[in-house]
Design a protein around this ligand. Structure first.
Ligand SMILES: Cc1cc2nc3c(=O)[nH]c(=O)nc-3n(C[C@H](O)[C@H](O)[C@H](O)COP(=O)(O)OP(=O)(O)OC[C@H]3O[C@@H](n4cnc5c(N)ncnc54)[C@H](O)[C@@H]3O)c2cc1C
Length: 314
């Protein structure tokens, strides 16, 4: 890191700011970013891993049930897996910066600006910024939750509403039905989108309202009122807890210069190359085919290899 004088015209005191130069900067410390960093170290690079949260792990920290589909580890929750990834990254002496939020990427110059104003120049960049829950976009949304397993006590013995129709919505409605008084599943389309193996597990006690749109969620003393519009449904559903599971949005606000896919994810080729030379993308921010831990980790490794090749280090 060095200090550079920014020569301002007619300024007696030059503005000083820090400007770091790194061979590889990785944005996001979820499975993709951590795997990319581990691989980059294996290849002899000195990656800097930037994570905007106060803790590394990404979505792993939001998995409060067992994880059974990552080879070699059957974990009681995502945190254990995250701890293993982190221990591995520390073992490889990966340099982390937590609370480092990338506000802007100038792709052609491979220059990053953090929300603090600090700039970092990189030889290569891997964007592994993942996704966040898609908001409903209705008034009162703040009354709803985005996790059941992480807030189980709010549902036990109560009246629950689950909004969504994909795998996550149906899987959660099934789990919630086992502990609640009632579950209403609200789907915007005419049929559930979840895979058939999950739909088959959905108990018949779950009340499904299809072709139904949520208009608002209101709090009335201790209860929530979900107002809906639909062909055959009541206009008002009384609930104690509401769970929203309507998919995810890619974290791409800072990466406006990179080409996108139709769904808003960053466009990449099979090796993680984006539309900008030397900028790669890995994990869920780019890959919507199988958004899992194992694929994010694999994407990260491939992106690290490609970054090393770009830097002439492979
Ligand atoms: C409830 C739940 C259950 C799941 N269960 C499973 C399962 O059983 N099996 C499975 O394989 N997968 C599961 N998944 C999916 C899996 O967790 C994801 O596919 C995986 O975490 C994606 O990894 P990623 O690194 O691409 O992104 P993420 O895990 O989303 O990590 C991205 C990171 O980038 C950071 N970031 C974003 N923008 C910036 C920025 N501008 N500057 C700096 N940092 C930034 C974020 O804070 C985050 O830490 C589950 C997910 C959830 C939410």
């Amino acid at each position: 890191m060095f200090i550079r004088a920014h020569a301002k015209k007619r300024s007696a005191q030059p503005t000083l700011y820090t400007r770091a130069v790194r061979d590889l900067v990785i944005i996001g410390a979820g499975p993709a970013g951590l795997s990319a960093a581990i691989w980059a170290r294996t290849l002899g690079l000195s990656p800097l891993l930037l994570e905007r949260a106060s803790e590394a792990g990404g979505q792993l920290l939001r998995i409060f049930r067992d994880v059974t589909d990552f080879p070699g580890v059957i974990a009681p929750d995502g945190r254990l897996l995250s701890d293993r990834f982190l221990a591995h990254a520390r073992h490889m002496q990966v340099e982390f910066r937590l609370g480092a939020n990338v506000a802007k990427l100038e792709a052609a110059a491979r220059k990053l600006t953090l929300t603090t104003g600090e700039t970092i120049d990189a030889g290569a960049i891997i964007v592994a910024s993942g996704v966040r829950p898609r908001p409903l976009g209705v008034p009162g949304e703040a009354h709803a939750r985005t996790t059941f397993h992480g807030a189980r006590e709010a549902f036990v013995g109560r009246r629950a509403v689950v909004i969504g129709s994909g795998d996550a919505a149906v899987e959660n409605a099934t789990a919630i039905a086992a502990v609640t008084k009632s579950v209403t599943l609200i789907a915007r389309g005419s049929a559930l989108r979840a895979r058939s193996s999950l739909r088959e597990l959905l108990p018949s006690t779950v009340d499904i309202l299809s072709s139904t749109r949520v208009e608002s969620i209101e709090r009335e003393s201790d209860t929530l009122i979900v107002r809906v519009q639909g062909p055959r449904c009541p206009q008002r559903i009384v609930a104690d807890a509401v769970l929203v599971k309507i998919g995810n949005l890619p974290n791409t606000e800072a990466f406006g210069e990179l080409q996108r896919q139709k769904d808003g994810r960053i466009a990449v080729n099979a090796k993680g190359h984006t539309s900008a030379a030397g900028v790669f993308a890995a994990g869920e921010v780019a890959d919507g085919v199988l958004p899992r831990i194992v694929t994010a980790a694999a994407d990260g490794a491939i992106a690290a290899r490609e970054a090393a090749a770009f830097l002439g280090r492979w």
